[in-house]
Ligand binder design. Structure first.
Ligand code: SF4
Length: 455
């Protein structure tokens, strides 16, 4: 009764293979006595159905599996077999699944299956992140935030550490005056005030304020994908607060883990400007020996007609800048803010300089900050002019397509589970399903568009 080209028929063989050792992995987390437990393979298969077809509610998932023939077949349920009660999922998720980290294990088994089928080349990776907002932990204030508390956008904001509370929502609602602005110190003040006037308060500090892509500012989690460019197989996935700083740090974790778990070390990494910081490029080039196909995050270019840093020549041999007037700018070697060296011109040179008005308008002598990882940034800048970089920039879109498909094909618009661990579970299941679909597509070909075959 189930068409040959049905998605569940196409992925079933791979699912059977990757779940082969599921009972062995989860064995220590089940008791030898008591009532028989619900087969974890059934639960995982049901979750895979849910993420394949965008069935976001577990209550609805149980109902769909009860009624849908293909879903029953995929779950190996006979027509008379009972479907688990929906709360079984949360019970298992909060206990066995998280303790055993089984979703991570299944994800890695899927990646290994893709590698065995030659779908992972390992030459070039791409990384990107997107944010998803939470649902359950964002609550609406009882009265508009703009009617109470401070109104100035420049007013200092302080972080409310609600994680300490066991019942954060109840505790927050019990507050007589909700005057505290809950905000990540790195968030933009005006964006935060705009959110506050819309009446949202958020609890918990595992997520982060985000106003990416000009969406409404919100608390959210970042989904980080590291993909192999060849077939867009997701080789690692990580959940973070929706904050660029954490997303870049997660990339380091993912690259290290891909090397450790799968012995995969790419020759090049493609990413967008958010990853073009000196610190990350330095780590990538010096520690990992990976060529960055990443646009450099330029903060030094000036638009007011004054010489920018790029107008000065870096003399590598002498370790100094040469200004347009041919004078040297040297450093004392002191590292400022843990990452910057200051190169200074001589006051005597600048005082008599004919082009001083275009270079040094306020200070006694021109100063140029240089990132301690500027060498790595220079390597990335040189790469930006190559054809290989242009190719990587196009290929990088494959990771963005992964996010787009999640939203359009899998109904993945808001997070359903609470906390970073909930986001992690959801992102792993999403990555498992997307990789399973890639496995089916690359090995079986596209599903036939002709009338379904039931053979
Ligand atoms: S002002 Fe100083 S640093 Fe600038 S061009 Fe003149 S000599 Fe060089």
């Amino acid at each position: 009764m189930i068409p040959k080209g049905h998605l569940l028929r196409r992925i079933n063989v791979f699912v059977t293979s990757v779940l082969g050792d599921l009972h062995e992995q989860l064995g220590p987390f089940y008791s030898d006595i008591g009532r028989p437990s619900i087969d974890p393979e059934l639960l995982i298969r049901m979750l895979i159905i849910g993420y394949c077809f965008g069935i976001r509610s577990e209550r609805r998932l149980c109902e769909e599996v009860r009624l849908h023939l293909a879903y029953r077949w995929f779950c190996r349920l006979d027509l008379n077999d009972a479907v688990p009660y929906h709360s079984t999922f949360s019970e298992n998720r909060l206990n066995r699944f998280r303790e055993s980290d089984i979703l991570r294990h299944i994800f890695e088994r899927v990646v290994i299956a893709a590698m065995e089928m030659g779908l992972v080349k390992g030459e070039g990776f791409a990384v990107d992140a997107t944010s998803w907002r939470r649902t359950q932990a964002v609550i609406t204030a009882r009265r508009p935030m703009n009617s109470i508390g401070p109104r100035s956008s420049s007013e200092s904001v302080r972080w409310l550490s609600i994680l300490r509370h066991s019942k954060p929502k109840r505790r927050l609602m019990a507050m007589p005056r909700m005057t505290t602005r809950v905000v990540d110190p790195r968030a933009n003040d005006s964006a935060v005030m705009s959110a506050a006037t819309q009446g949202d308060l958020a609890v918990g500090s595992q997520s982060a304020w985000t106003a990416k892509a000009n969406k409404r500012v919100q608390f959210g989690y970042g989904l980080n994908y590291l993909i192999d460019i060849e077939n867009a197989v997701i080789v690692d996935v990580e959940a973070t607060p929706a904050r660029t700083y954490d997303e870049v740090a997660a990339t380091q974790t993912m690259l290290d883990r891909a090397e450790e778990r799968f012995d995969l070390k790419p020759r090049r990494l493609a990413a967008d400007t958010a990853y073009g910081t000196g610190k990350f490029l330095g780590w990538l080039v010096k520690r990992k020996k990976i060529i960055p196909h990443i646009p450099v995050w330029e903060m030094s270019d000036r638009q007011d007609g004054i010489f920018s840093r790029s107008d000065l020549h870096w003399d590598r041999k002498r370790g100094a800048y040469i200004c347009p007037n041919g004078k040297l700018l040297k450093t004392s070697g002191t590292v400022h803010d843990g990452r910057t060296l200051l190169y200074r011109a001589s006051k005597r040179d600048c005082d008599v300089c004919a082009i001083r008005a275009k270079c040094c308008t306020t200070a006694d002598a021109r100063k140029i900050p240089r990132d301690i990882h500027e060498d790595a940034r220079d390597i990335a800048r040189r790469k930006m002019k190559t054809k290989a970089f242009a190719k990587s920039r196009d290929e990088r879109k494959r990771v963005e397509m992964r996010f787009a498909h999640l939203k359009t094909h899998h109904g993945f618009e808001r997070l359903r589970l609470r906390g970073l661990s909930g986001a992690r579970d959801e992102f792993h299941l999403a990555a498992i399903v997307q990789n399973l679909k890639t496995l089916a597509l690359r090995t079986l070909g596209p599903p036939t568009r002709r009338r379904a075959s039931y053979a």
